[in-house]
Design a protein. Structure first.
Length: 84
């Protein structure tokens, strides 16, 4: 599945893999560290350079979430959350 460009700056977006010792990467059922995925912008001046903050265990689901985002709604929500 192709990842659409960043909805804020239109730069290329890429899949980000997170595997660390934090709680959200620990599967309590198996006791193993698992990978979580997110999408991030490649433009280091962009708000979404680090990632979208949607850690998810399935690549297809996270890409679908990213690709379905409405640019105006996302931008307006972030500006509202920042009090701007």
């Amino acid at each position: 599945m192709k990842i659409k460009p960043c909805p804020f700056c239109n730069s290329e977006a890429v899949l980000k893999i997170t595997e660390d010792n934090s709680d959200y990467c620990f599967d309590r059922k198996t006791g193993k560290i698992i990978e979580y995925y997110d999408v991030k912008c490649t433009n280091d001046d962009c708000y979404l350079y680090d990632d979208a903050g949607w850690n998810h265990p399935h690549t297809e689901d996270i890409i679908e979430l990213w690709n379905k985002r409405n640019k105006k709604e996302s931008r307006d929500k972030i500006l509202n959350d920042l009090g701007l």
